[in-house]
Design a protein around this ligand. Structure first.
Ligand SMILES: *Cc1c(COP(=O)(O)O)cnc(C)c1O
Length: 397
């Protein structure tokens, strides 16, 4: 079946909630993807910051194939060597003490907020959660309550106990905290909100404020974690440790798996039966996450993301100086956002026609979140195509 056949079929049966491109992908390898018509693409989206080690990394494929043949699922009534090993790895690279494995980002955030409330109630506080304007923490009912209004419209009643403050504004969060505040949640680099890194002084101030008030600090590293910014976690750029941290996206190398982690102080408030999941951290998902983390470590992909990101930023800067349409570039490692003078959707479409997959977020931010091991050659092809497109649109407009 062709792209068009599959696109039409999808329209017949799937809930019409995604505004999809008329493209179907059938094969991937590293940073290359092939559509159903046989056209090849360079992937700068990586399944929205998921395929951090590239598509179908041989080590991840092998781990999944092996685990599938041995044992896929047992329920969380029992222990598995894969879950044990993954938890140990996550504790080691995060500096946090306890792990709970989930199936997605939103589920990780829900779990994080639940344990924050449990801790708060045990310590005589209310359960209110403060989040940041323009944040994104998922699409479940409680996670939409933390974020942007556009995701809440039509889904009222929205869960109560949530409020938003401006990002990078310490005074705002200071005045929002009261005796009923359980936690403050933020993305150390806002992803969907437009690739906006947190300011170091703000994060340090927030840590101090939370310590003084007894409020828990939650980092949502679902998009910026797992090597994406050139360190295991974006928090490592700032030297600030949260009480709770959420993960998903890049964790499984393409397999759906998430996690939330916490320190011992928070873990002590949790009792038997307080939280659960059927699939979370099953042997198959855990095996893929172990292989993904090992691949990043063995190939020094954090270091590589730092170097490649710096190179790409420099090259992009040259294009920014050349083309009026491009305004600036920001971000850390290989989590980059190019600010455009106009909405990014038409450019994304033109890039797709040229065989480049990128994405626009927050309307006019071209988001670049390729695999951490993408080659400079592939990125140079992207830069050349972008240059060509911008030269052409200048002539025609
Ligand atoms: C993608 C994302 C989520 C939601 O993850 P899902 O797996 O789609 O539920 C939450 N937080 C952040 C920062 C994200 O980027």
């Amino acid at each position: 079946m062709t792209n068009q056949d599959l696109y039409q079929k999808d329209k017949e049966n799937y809930l019409p909630t995604f505004n999809r491109f008329p493209l179907a992908f059938i094969k991937g390898k590293g940073s290359r993807l092939w559509d159903a018509n046989g056209k090849e693409y360079i992937d700068l989206l990586a399944g929205i910051a998921v395929n951090n080690v590239g598509h179908c990394h041989p080590k991840v494929v092998e781990a999944i194939q092996k685990q599938t043949a041995e044992l896929m699922h047992i329920s969380n009534f029992f222990v598995s060597p894969q879950q044990v090993a993954l938890s140990e790895l996550l504790v080691k690279i995060s500096g946090l003490d306890r792990v709970f494995l989930t199936n997605s980002g939103a589920e990780s955030v829900e779990g994080a907020m639940k344990i924050a409330r449990r801790f708060a109630h045990k310590n005589g506080r209310g359960g209110k959660i403060i989040s940041m304007q323009n944040s994104f923490h998922g699409r479940t009912l409680a996670t939409i309550a933390t974020g942007q209004e556009k995701y809440q419209k039509g889904f009222e009643p929205i869960p109560v106990g949530f409020s938003q403050v401006p990002f990078n504004d310490l005074e705002a969060v200071q005045s929002a905290i009261d005796k009923d505040t359980a936690a403050v949640i933020l993305e150390p680099v806002q992803g969907e909100g437009g690739v906006i890194p947190v300011e170091k002084a703000y994060l340090e101030g927030l840590r101090k404020l939370c310590d003084e008030t007894g409020v828990l600090l939650i980092f949502d590293e679902i998009q910026c974690g797992i090597g994406r910014t050139g360190k295991w976690f974006a928090k490592d750029h700032f030297g600030v440790q949260p009480d709770i941290m959420t993960l998903a996206k890049g964790l499984g190398g393409g397999m759906p798996i998430g996690a939330f982690l916490c320190n011992e102080k928070v873990a002590e408030a949790i009792e038997f039966g307080d939280h659960g999941t059927t699939f979370g951290g099953n042997p198959l998902a855990a095996a893929s996450a172990i292989a993904t983390i090992e691949t990043i470590a063995e190939n020094q992909l954090c270091k590589r993301a730092t170097e490649t990101g710096a190179w790409l930023k420099e090259k992009m800067q040259e294009l920014i100086e050349k083309h009026e349409e491009l305004e600036s570039i920001r971000g850390l490692g290989l989590m980059l956002g190019v600010k455009l003078k106009s909405p990014g959707a038409p450019l994304v479409k033109q890039l797709l026609e040229e065989g480049i997959i990128a994405n626009a977020t927050a309307v006019n931010i071209l988001r670049l979140v390729p695999a951490l091991n993408i080659s400079k050659e592939d990125l140079q092809i992207f830069l050349d195509k972008l240059d060509e497109i911008l030269i052409e649109t200048k002539i025609t407009s």
